[in-house]
Structures are given as C-alpha cells and as structure tokens.
Design a protein around this ligand. Structure first.
Ligand SMILES: O=C(O)CCC(=O)C(=O)O
Ligand SMILES: [Fe+2]
Length: 307
C-alpha cells in the first residue's frame, strides 16, 4: 500500500482506502499518541438524559428554560417537533448515499480541489478538509458540501454533475430544507434573545440576507484501526448553529465537557460544543447536516474582493 503514502496532495479518498482493504491506516491519518489520551474509544456514556427541546413549545417558559439549561451545560440538544418530516430526511440520506456509491471518477467531477493539486481548495464540493501542512493529521472521512443559501448563489454548475437523483432531490428539496432549517434557526435565536431578556429579534435582525447555509454530507467508511484515527478531529462548528440529521444509527459522535468525552446520538442542534467523531471497524456511517451562518460565505466574499 506504499502508493497511498505518497504525495499528501494527490491521495486517495478514505472511501478508496477502505475499499482497497488497507490493514493499517496510512501514517497521515494516525493521531500522535499524546492526542489519543490513552484510549480513543473509551468515551463515557452520556451521564444524564440527552437534553430534549420541543421546538413547537418554545414559546412556553418551561420549554425555553430547558433550552437554556441545554445550551448552558452541553451546547446542544435534541430537537423534537422540528417540522422536518421523516420522509424529507430519509430522501436526503438515500440520495447522499447514492452519491458516495458512485465510482471515484464520477465523484471527483465535483472535487473541492479545483486545480486537482490541493492549492485551490473550495468550501463546496467533494473531498476532505483543506490540508494546510504536511503534519496535519487527516480525518478518516470524506465529505460533500454544497451551499444551499442564499438561493440565488447556489452553484448549479456543481449540482449538474451529480447523479440524476441527487440533482433532482437538491433542486426539488433544497428549498424546502433551506426554509425549514432557517425557521429553526430563527426560532432558536428568538428564544435565546427572550431568555436573555433582550428584544426578541435582536439576533435575527443581525443576520445578513446573504447568510449562507451549507448542506454537508460526511461519509465515514469502516476503519481497520479505530483506536488510531478519528473520523473527524475535535472541533467546534463555526457559524450560528448546525442541525444534524439521523444517520443509520451508527454511533461515533462524541461531545466534550470538562475534559471528558461522551457518546451521543446523532440527531441534534449544535451551537458551541467541542465534538469529534470516532470510527468503527465494521460499519460505515453517513451523516447529513445543515450549517447555518449569520453572514455570507467567507470564501465567496474574499474571492469577490480579490477579483
Ligand atoms: O458526523 C457527525 O456526527 C458530526 C459531523 C460534524 O461535526 C461536522 O461535520 O462538523
Ligand atoms: Fe461539527
């Protein structure tokens, strides 16, 4: 498998590594021992019931208090009555699965590396995180990310290269997703403003009408050594909030609190917590989420200023 260890810029996707049956992850994926803190897989079970918030009752003071408690302790909650039908979530997961099932050459048509050598990384498209240094430890996952908001800036050229089902889904349902997740964003922000006893629209009014929303699909192939790698390195999402959708019930997501890692289920709304994803020896895992920002797409904005 020496070929997999060559140039850090032109490397196979994680899905290709897994399909080739590597027995050991290439060195770029292996976390230094000190970052494994003993045992990556030894997270604690969640120490209390997962915070649940009924979005349809957020105007009630007791439900708003549950939101406050969830955000002050964990920085995330599981949303019930969120207004996004199961069928819409299922459709999103099945078309994204279809995307990842395509041959590598097809997926590469939507690469997030426009020039193919890693220099021109774009936030939209298929690939992995931007590689900024030779020592960067890589995630054991591949990603497809598309901007769904603002609507008039959707990159239709990129969508056109997707499989028919994905394109039809995105064209047909992207609007639905965009508007539902925007409603959730505004509802939560209004509720937080009320909890803080400031004007209800204080936060909502500061959101640009060019605020971006990204649909992200992370694919975590099975990994031969889940004790050595992470599906996603510890991070805190930028932006206002992230809405995660269900993923075939394969665990892996963990959230940190007071220096300890806790396993959590996969549906939820994240505002600020540090989280990571561990991998699994047997099963692959697919995760869909929508990331909502308060302002425009930085990359697009800087490209515009530059150009
Ligand atoms: O895969 C997951 O459960 C979390 C994904 C995530 O944290 C992200 O894409 O920022
Ligand atoms: Fe995240």
């Amino acid at each position: 498998m020496a070929a997999f260890d060559e140039s850090p810029m032109v490397r196979p996707t994680v899905q290709e590594l897994a399909a080739a049956g590597v027995e050991e992850p290439p060195r770029q994926y292996v976390l230094p021992e000190q970052d494994r803190h003993g045992d990556l897989l030894a997270a604690d079970e969640f120490p209390e019931p997962i915070p649940l918030v009924d979005l349809s009752r957020l105007t009630d003071a007791d439900e708003a208090e549950r939101l406050r408690a969830a955000l002050q302790t964990w920085g995330f909650f599981l949303a019930t009555n969120h207004g996004i039908e199961e069928s819409l979530m299922d459709a999103m997961m099945s078309v994204s699965r279809e995307f990842f099932r395509q041959p590598a050459e097809e997926k590469q048509k939507c690469s997030n590396l426009a020039d193919g050598n890693g220099k021109d990384y774009q936030v939209e498209g298929y690939g992995s995180d931007k590689v900024v240094s030779e020592d960067q430890v890589l995630n054991w996952s591949d990603r497809l990310q598309l901007e769904v908001d603002p609507e008039d800036e959707r990159n239709l050229a990129k969508w056109r290269r997707h499989p028919e089902s994905f394109r039809v889904f995105l064209q047909g349902c992207a609007q639905e997703y965009a508007s539902r997740t925007k409603k959730i964003r505004d509802l939560v922000l209004r509720s937080i403003a009320k909890l803080l006893e400031i004007e209800e629209d204080y936060f909502v009014n500061q959101i640009s009408n060019k605020a971006s929303g990204f649909a992200r699909f992370n694919y975590y192939p099975p990994c031969p050594r889940p004790d050595l790698v992470l599906g996603l390195m510890p991070h805190s999402d930028s932006g206002l909030l992230t809405i995660l959708f269900n993923n075939d019930n394969v665990g892996g997501l963990q959230v940190q609190r007071d220096g300890r890692w806790y396993n959590i289920m996969n549906i939820g709304i994240f505002t600020s917590p540090v989280h990571r994803v561990v991998t699994n020896i047997e099963k692959d895992r697919l995760l869909g989420c929508v990331l909502r920002r308060g302002c425009g797409n930085y990359a697009r904005a800087s490209a515009r200023f530059a150009g």
